[in-house]
Design a protein around this ligand. Structure first.
Ligand SMILES: [Zn+2]
Length: 486
């Protein structure tokens, strides 16, 4: 019996949806079709054993390597990193869960039911993000001026210098000075240059480095600890902290887990951008309405652990548990994000009144800008298109999406092409989205093809300073637009 069953499976696995060229789709009268990259798949013949009902098919985005054995067997079409699966019993009938709590190439997006005429990108380049015609930044004249001051002060040379210092394998290759060597050796574990979450000494050194950086800028900071890991958070209190917060975040850990792991693009670039944006805000004296939190997340690589801890504390459900009467919103947010153990949080919960809880959770709105791999310029993207950033999030993340695109237009003009994928997966933005908070990932435009991904060769020579600087400016401007300015 087992043999027969596996034979049936094998037959089903070899069936694929029929495909034709894009320009021939007018011949498909009476059939459903879906565009997959440069071609069209359509209603299969009964003899293939595949259902003729379009609703029996689902699609997801992600690396082929991230698909489980079960999904690979049910894959009936696809191109690049979009995959179509035949699931006549529905997606909930899958026996293995989608691998979604891991890093980019080990993850796939949520399964979405296929529909007639849907257009699926084969992901070399996602479609342009179209800024709504009636878009406005919402900032006053002085807020706009502050935004310009901030984005002007984020320079390529400062970003590159800070990134060199933050990385750990650069001292000889780049001929850095003695002072730089001293700073560099604060990272890694003294013998191997890494920020891997699994190396306790390297993690502790990275945390101290980041904390010191924020403190030198004048920020109040905290270590948000969980297990043996810690997110590093810097606070810029808002004038109307009751209205919520804006998070600017990136993970600081790197891969591979063993050996040299400089992680220049992934994610020295993101973490360093957070530092430089924070520095620009401090120098310009930004006075936001919402509280802004600059965060370097721990342990993204083993499964988005740091951002999950952060988002859990930030979500409104948690808010209503951690509120204390008589505490202003800004201090309340600090204690809820930084409370070190569940015992003290439980104490605070016991002190809260139901009325306070209701008041807070009704008004607060939290949004997050996440940067990961923001510095590699793909040679696969036609030079005439210039530099490309991809904004990845569900379409309901309207506020950060439009403000990112708007801020980029102001700071970068047409030099940065802004694309959008509405099938998010596999980075820290997911931790917020899963809690219902609007969050957008900025990532370079061809993230599937970075050849040094998770390797010891993910080093400084892979960094494109021009693309990197434009993405940092975009996120800085968007943070002011989201937070508002007093
Ligand atoms: Zn990463």
């Amino acid at each position: 019996m087992r043999a027969v069953l596996s034979l049936v499976t094998a037959v089903a696995a070899t069936s694929e949806l029929p495909r034709i060229n894009l320009n021939a789709k007018s011949m498909l009268e009476g059939k459903w079709w879906a565009q997959v990259g440069d071609h069209v798949v359509h209603t299969p013949h009964a003899k293939t054993g595949l259902s003729s009902n379009v609703g029996d098919y689902y699609y997801a985005y992600g690396s082929h390597a991230a698909l489980s054995q079960e999904l690979q067997e049910k894959r009936v079409a696809g191109a690049g990193r979009v995959h179509i699966f035949h699931l006549p019993e529905g997606k909930d009938a899958l026996s293995t869960a989608l691998p979604k709590v891991s890093h980019r190439r080990d993850s796939v997006s949520a399964l979405v039911q296929l529909s007639h005429k849907v257009v699926l990108s084969d992901a070399k380049l996602f479609p342009d993000f179209n800024l709504p015609e009636d878009y406005a930044s919402g900032l006053s004249a002085s807020g706009q001026q502050k935004e310009k001051q901030v984005t002007d002060s984020i320079t390529s040379s400062a970003l590159m210098q800070k990134l060199k210092v933050q990385l750990a394998d650069m001292l000889l290759a780049l001929g850095l000075t003695r002072q730089d060597q001293k700073e560099l050796t604060e990272l890694g574990d003294g013998s191997t240059h890494t920020r891997s979450y699994s190396n306790p000494k390297a993690t502790a050194n990275a945390v101290s480095f980041l904390e010191k950086e924020f403190q030198e800028m004048g920020y109040r900071t905290c270590r948000q600890t969980f297990g043996d890991q810690a997110d590093v958070v810097a606070f810029l209190p808002g004038s109307d902290a009751d209205s919520g917060s804006v998070t600017v975040g990136a993970h600081y850990d790197s891969r591979p887990f063993e050996g040299l792991a400089p992680g220049a693009v992934d994610n020295g670039s993101g973490a360093t951008a957070v530092l430089e944006i924070a520095k620009a805000f401090a120098a310009a004296g930004v006075r936001p309405k919402k509280t802004i939190m600059f965060v370097c997340f721990a342990a993204e690589e083993p499964g988005l652990l740091g951002s999950a801890e952060f988002a859990k504390r930030l979500s409104s459900a948690a808010a209503s548990s951690f509120v204390q009467d008589g505490m202003n919103a800004s201090s309340q947010l600090v204690s809820r994000m930084c409370g070190s153990d569940s015992g003290s949080l439980a104490f605070m919960q016991a002190q809260s009144s139901a009325a306070t809880m209701r008041r807070r959770s009704r008004h607060e709105k939290h949004e997050a800008l996440v940067m990961d791999e923001v510095a590699w310029k793909s040679p696969n993207i036609d030079d005439s298109l210039g530099a490309v950033v991809n904004l990845e999030s569900y379409d309901w993340a309207t506020e950060p999406l439009k403000h990112l695109a708007g801020a980029s237009r102001a700071a970068n003009g047409e030099r940065l092409k802004v694309t959008h994928s509405s099938n998010p997966f596999g980075s820290d933005h997911m931790s917020f989205l899963e809690k219902g908070m609007q969050s957008v990932l900025s990532i370079h435009g061809d993230d599937e093809n970075y050849p040094h991904y998770h390797q010891s060769s993910d080093a400084m020579d892979q960094v494109n300073s021009e693309l990197y600087t434009m993405i940092a400016k975009m996120n800085a401007g968007a943070a002011i637009r989201l937070a508002g300015h007093a």
